[in-house]
Design a protein around this ligand. Structure first.
Ligand SMILES: Cc1cc2nc3c(=O)[nH]c(=O)nc-3n(C[C@H](O)[C@H](O)[C@H](O)COP(=O)(O)O)c2cc1C
Length: 360
């Protein structure tokens, strides 16, 4: 089910709140997403006629069940059991030649990330975050395997954005290999993918194993991929927005402050630099984003389901991971957030932090 069909199904079930009045991308959209904890479709964004923004898609167990086309009325326990069963049967992706993503293409000087309705989510954020509920796609420079991940991204300029992650994430490992070869890492950013693909990207899945196969397993259907026109990376054919570009070697930039999952504004002075070379998008694209750091936000619910399925990994220390999984399983979200704030370097470890200690 692509994002549009998911939104339609939420609408048919009376679970979608459609907001037709004009909403400001600066603070207002984030505030509304925090205060109305239902799936929200913003249909009229200030300065961005023709664009829509969707938030809070996975805000409840019922919504996660719907996104994965699990049988209606499943309890949390049943959903977890069904997802576990599905994960045991990976389904290989298939390749297609075209898709609506080719309807609009911006290249060269026309590339400007702020042509997209990127929200400024929180007053304490340093700027506009284009990557909050997106998928970073890249390939291992040695074995060519794909990695899907969700790593926050702040817009720095028309063609530049941060990617904030640790060197232990799978993107970090792939990037280190490219950097050692002295070359940029080709990378794509897919915004508005099916929630199954998003969940696979957010999941802790062994490096080198194809997360598109995990996404296929989650939705019990092969994910259709297109080859990105200008880089050697494959992306979901049904994505709403696709940004092609490179992660630049030997450059680190400041990301943040950003109000992160642990409910605290953090900065990462060693974020990677992403340079966009092309933007592709469907007609009337739907930008998918999220607010995090709120004990009832959709990211924490998703992490708790992933922890029960055995697919949670922030690439932190073993001790912290064990604690976080325990808190998530018990739905102690505030304790989970606190565990994300403390560590050997007090407040400076974890995938959302810049400087990391050796054991984090
Ligand atoms: C909404 C959301 C935001 C996230 N932001 C980040 C982030 O900024 N940096 C990071 O390293 N991980 C972040 N994560 C967690 C990673 O996506 C997760 O650890 C995933 O397993 C990483 O993929 P990998 O194991 O292939 O590296 C986020 C997850 C979600 C759901």
């Amino acid at each position: 089910m692509d994002l549009r069909s998911f939104i339609e199904q939420l609408n048919e079930r009376g679970q979608l709140h459609r907001i037709g009045r004009q909403v400001d991308w600066k603070y207002e959209l984030g505030e509304m997403t925090r205060s109305d904890l239902a799936p929200l479709l913003f249909e009229n964004i200030k300065d961005y006629p023709g664009y829509r923004v969707f938030t809070n898609g996975l805000i409840s167990i019922a919504a996660i069940g719907l996104a994965l086309a699990a049988e209606a009325g499943k309890s949390r326990k049943e959903l977890v059991r069904q997802v576990r069963k599905r994960v045991a049967n990976p389904i290989a992706p298939t390749r297609v030649q075209s898709g609506p993503i080719f309807q609009n293409i911006l290249a060269g000087e026309a590339v400007d990330l702020l042509k997209l309705p990127v929200p400024h989510w929180n007053i304490c954020d340093a700027g506009r975050y284009i990557g909050t509920w997106h998928v970073n796609v890249s390939r291992d420079p040695e074995d060519g395997s794909h990695n899907l991940g969700v790593y926050r991204m702040q817009v720095l300029g028309p063609r530049q954005a941060t990617i904030s992650t640790s060197s232990k994430s799978h993107l970090g490992i792939q990037f280190a290999k490219a950097e050692a070869m002295g070359k940029p890492l080709e990378a794509a950013v897919a915004i508005g993918v099916s929630e199954a693909v998003f969940i696979a990207a957010a999941a802790g899945y062994p490096g080198g194993k194809d997360e598109y196969e995990l996404a296929g397993a989650l939705q019990e259907k092969s994910v259709e991929l297109i080859k990105c026109p200008s880089i050697d990376v494959e992306a979901p054919a049904d994505t709403e927005i696709l940004i092609e570009g490179h992660v630049m070697p030997n450059v680190r930039v400041l990301d943040g402050p950003y109000f992160d999952y642990a409910g605290k504004a953090t900065s990462n002075p060693k974020a990677y630099l992403f340079e966009a070379t092309r933007i592709l998008f469907r007609n009337s694209p739907i930008f998918r984003g999220a607010i995090v750091g709120h004990p009832r936000a959709e990211d924490l619910l998703l992490f708790s389901v992933l922890s029960e399925v055995g697919l949670f990994d922030f690439h932190g220390s073993r001790l912290r991971r064990a604690l976080q999984i325990l808190f998530l399983k018990e739905h102690l979200f505030m304790a989970f957030q606190l565990a994300g704030r403390i560590g050997p370097e007090m407040l400076r470890v974890g995938p959302f932090r810049g400087k990391r200690s050796k054991d984090s």
